[in-house]
Write a protein that binds this ligand. Structure first.
Ligand SMILES: O=C(O)CCC(=O)C(=O)O
Length: 321
């Protein structure tokens, strides 16, 4: 088997049903190496951050606690296509405030020498008051609950920074990542600026559940063959892909069966998003979590295989209306 130097030595052999032996950032460094990429082209300017004053504490608190007007069409879109993109979930001022704070947190953790990498942060809500407001937001939690039609708990928060020149995110669906014995899970992906095509917007295969198209495909922990095979099978089946840009304040929600990818960041600006994952109250941990689940014990501390997924770090943050 070919060796991927980004894969911790302890994870190079054996079944996928083993603990990830590295930390969360090592996981992301390895994970983006599993994407197939065309030759790089020169970087172009990014859109910049929203050119507005950052929202103050009161504006952030009010917005994140105000209900979003989700329409029946939005819910139907999510059920039929496994994702939905919603305009105006965040205001430009709130995006600017979050983007400024995220830049500070990322620099504090990863420094400035990050060109070409995918830098990440997890569980920010445990130590940063602003990120805690996002993670516990009733506005976002209620959207997740309405889309899944159930009360939802938080699994984790995430910062996803695709630095200038970083390549694609491999095709995947989150059910293969979450160690949760449910398909009732959804991730809110919240861009920290407009995201034009050149920056690599999150892109979604249209369809409620395309997993049958991938029957027999084996996850490739060392190389790009899984990513390439998913692309090829989708192309052969005529699967449509939504890969449009994001406007400032637009937020997407993708379900656990939604296949998604993201393009290379071909701009000089980091492509940054906050992502919060929610799952159905009552769900349990799977019998055999895998290394693809990364550092899941940090998100469900003390939870055990087959046991309930409801630790102190998984409060209910959205109630079915
Ligand atoms: O930000 C990305 O490129 C990938 C994010 C992703 O896969 C997710 O949030 O589920």
């Amino acid at each position: 088997m070919a060796v991927n130097p980004l894969l911790p030595e302890a994870n190079r052999d054996g079944a996928l049903e083993q603990d990830w032996a590295g930390d969360d950032q090592q996981w992301w460094d390895w994970y983006v190496s599993l994407a197939s990429n065309d030759a790089a082209t020169p970087l172009v300017d990014g859109p910049g951050l929203p050119d507005v004053p950052p929202a103050d504490d009161a504006e952030v608190a009010v917005l994140l606690d105000t209900a979003y007007e989700l329409t029946p069409e939005d819910v139907q879109h999510f059920r039929e296509q496994s994702f939905v993109k919603l305009p105006g979930v965040l205001t430009p001022g709130v995006v600017r405030r979050l983007a400024d704070r995220l830049a500070e947190l990322l620099t504090a953790e990863h420094g400035d020498d990050t060109a070409g990498r995918f830098t990440a942060l997890e569980q920010m809500w445990q130590h940063d008051p602003l990120m805690r407001e996002v993670a516990l937001s009733s506005r976002l939690g209620a959207i997740a609950a309405a889309l899944l039609d159930t009360d939802v708990r938080i699994y984790h928060d995430n910062a996803l920074s695709k630095e200038p020149g970083c390549g694609r995110t491999p095709w995947h669906h989150d059910a293969e990542h979450f160690p949760l014995a449910t398909l009732s899970a959804v991730t809110a992906w919240m861009p920290m600026s407009a995201i034009p095509a050149a920056m690599g917007p999150l892109s979604f295969a249209r369809g409620a559940d395309l997993r049958p198209l991938l029957d027999g495909l084996v996850f490739d922990r060392a190389g790009t063959s899984y990513d390439e095979a998913v692309s090829a099978r989708f192309a052969a089946a005529g699967v449509q892909v939504e890969d449009g840009p994001y406007a400032v304040g637009e937020v997407s929600f993708h379900g656990a069966t939604c296949f998604h990818t993201a393009g290379r960041n071909n701009t000089t600006q980091p492509r940054r998003a906050l992502a919060t994952t929610y799952f159905a109250d009552g769900a349990r941990v799977v019998a055999s979590p895998t290394m693809i689940s990364g550092t899941w014990q940090e998100f469900l501390p003390g939870a055990v295989p087959n046991g309930p997924a409801a630790t102190a770090l998984n409060p209910v943050v959205g109630r079915r209306g």
